[in-house]
Design a protein around this ligand. Structure first.
Ligand code: ATP
Length: 519
């Protein structure tokens, strides 16, 4: 089993993530978080809210950042006036190119199908013209992110035959092959018996549509929001008028977003219903570049502080030709998942595009008036926006992938989730060594007192070693065992998850001990 299969299986077995409506066969692209998963995801969202919004410390703004600033939160509705999505460009432009295979009935996102030719590995033909009788191959995989072998695997038989004929082969991507009818006619789709079964790419709008009220006609159309960001923009004036904020400042929101993804995959990574954690940070145009760098670095550091390794976490600055037309800079925080390097979060300098779109469409004045600005001409302006946009489900998946570990303790292999203590669903488990001699009573008493402060778990079933293993799989950083000595001197053993080391401490000190290590 590869790491992803093991993780999916652990998530199901231990109650992290279940397929949605599983007893009815599930629903593609939808997932449910079980008792442990909900705690993990809540801790991630809470860490984000605490670190970015509530306890955001303006004194921690590094040298060179323009000015101290405030952060406030918002919780907007999922259904909004549909004009919002016209102004934002989602109705007209939130499309993915969709391609169908007429033979296998599979559906793909065109930009996630890599089309390539196979040429003899002597270099001479690699740059040459595509011969008239040459066939091409299409394989799912985000361009440049998948190993050659993975791209070749759906065409194994044909590749082997070609190798027999031509020797070692080189894989040469053919850009835009699907848009060109002549080239498309020569493409073998994954699993197809003949070439030319793929349709031309056509735009597919990713927004889920519904109707508001009793009438199901064009006048009642509404959309499930595909991002939380627009709720922030349309409330910009409300927040300015009520929250005593002054630019530069940011508004954050955590909430569900919905996208009718053509091809949901990679477990929860690409879902149709997911949660976003978004910030719109408003600043003056001439300070936007500095704030962009500030947020890009701050968001990268946040993942590192919570345990993602810098070997697997990358900050990728977009090239100019990758930028959306309104953005002046964008970087992705990417993580090396077992299925490839993929985006966790995007940080973009969106200029004043969004506020200007809403000003134009709504006719409302969404400029900011800075009454403390000495220069009269500079007092009224439309702020520029830096947007760090993260996905709570992708973050959860990345922390799970990073934490998953199999190691050997005393000659036995154990599975352990080495989650950061702040994120661990259960912080402490309390066990009586055996179910007699007053141990359960003393353990329950300790458990009940700890539960007021920490998410705690009590377990008296099974051998103590098995109870430890169960908590290792749940990522619980500390286990406390009440034993015979507890009655004599009030001490308990405390076992640390990663090292498995145990020490005796006074039961009365447990709360302080945990407090120091978990916060
Ligand atoms: P992708 O290119 O992977 O489709 P995107 O660039 O369209 O993502 P954004 O529109 O920038 O994504 O959304 C911001 C964040 O929301 C992403 O970085 C990701 O964490 C999260 N997100 C977007 N789409 C999904 C999805 N289908 N499932 C889970 N999370 C998602």
């Amino acid at each position: 089993m590869d790491l992803m299969e093991k993780l999916v299986s652990l998530c199901k077995r231990r109650g992290y993530v279940f397929p949605s409506s599983e007893i009815y066969g599930g629903l593609n692209g939808c997932w449910d978080y079980g008792p442990l998963g909900v705690e993990l995801k809540r801790n991630i969202k809470e860490a984000w809210w605490q670190d970015m919004i509530a306890h955001h410390d303006e004194t921690a703004v590094p040298d060179g950042a323009p000015r101290a600033f405030g952060m406030v939160g918002l919780d907007c509705s999922i259904l909004m006036n549909p004009t919002v999505w016209e102004a934002s460009g989602h109705v007209g432009g939130f499309n993915d190119p969709m391609v169908d295979c007429r033979e296998t009935k599979n559906r793909y996102r065109a930009d996630q199908l890599v089309v390539f030719r196979l040429v003899p590995q002597n270099g001479a033909t690699a740059s040459g013209e595509i011969a008239d009788d040459e066939v091409l191959f299409a394989s799912p995989g985000e361009a440049g992110k998948t190993a050659d072998e993975a791209l070749l695997s759906p065409h194994r038989k044909r590749v082997t035959a070609l190798r027999k004929k031509l020797g070692e082969l080189e894989l040469v991507p053919v850009a835009e092959a699907l848009a060109d009818a002549q080239l498309r006619a020569r493409v073998f789709a994954p699993g197809a018996s003949q070439p030319g079964t793929l349709t031309a790419p056509r735009a597919f709008n990713l927004m889920f549509k519904t109707h508001v009220g009793a009438m199901e006609d064009n006048s009642s159309v509404a959309y499930l929001r595909p991002e939380t960001a627009q709720g922030i923009f349309v409330n910009f004036k409300n927040v300015c008028d009520t929250a005593r904020v002054r630019v530069p400042f940011g508004i954050g929101q955590i909430g569900k977003a919905f996208r009718n993804e053509i091809n949901p995959r990679n477990f929860t990574f690409r879902s149709r219903e997911f949660e976003q954690m978004e910030i719109e940070f408003f600043c003056r145009a001439d300070e936007a570049e500095q704030w962009y760098r500030f947020w890009r670095d701050r968001r990268y550091d946040w993942y590192v502080q919570l345990g993602l390794s810098t070997e697997r976490l990358h900050l990728r600055e977009h090239d100019a030709d990758e930028l959306a037309h309104y953005a002046s800079a964008c970087a992705d925080v990417e993580y090396a998942f077992p299925f490839g390097i993929s985006e966790l979060e995007g940080i973009a300098n969106r200029t004043d595009y969004d506020l200007r779109q809403h000003i134009e469409r709504s006719g409302k004045d969404l400029s900011f008036f800075d009454d403390q600005e000495p220069d009269k001409d500079q007092r009224r302006f439309v702020p520029h926006v830096i947007e760090p946009s993260a996905g709570a489900d992708r973050a959860t998946l990345a922390f799970l992938c990073e934490a998953y570990c199999e190691d050997e303790i005393g000659g036995e292999t154990r599975t352990v989730l080495k989650l950061h203590p702040r994120l661990a669903p259960i912080k402490v488990a309390v066990f009586p060594l055996v179910k007699k001699d007053g141990m359960p009573e003393r353990a329950l008493e300790l458990y009940r007192s700890l539960r007021r402060q920490f998410s705690a778990f009590y377990d008296e079933k099974g051998a103590i070693g098995r109870r430890y293993r169960r908590q290792d799989e749940a990522g619980t950083p500390y286990c406390i065992t009440v034993d015979g000595q507890t009655a004599d001197d009030g001490s308990v053993t405390i076992r640390e998850r990663d090292s498995c080391e145990q020490q005796r401490i006074a039961a009365s000190n447990v709360a302080a001990y945990l407090e120091e290590r978990i916060r």
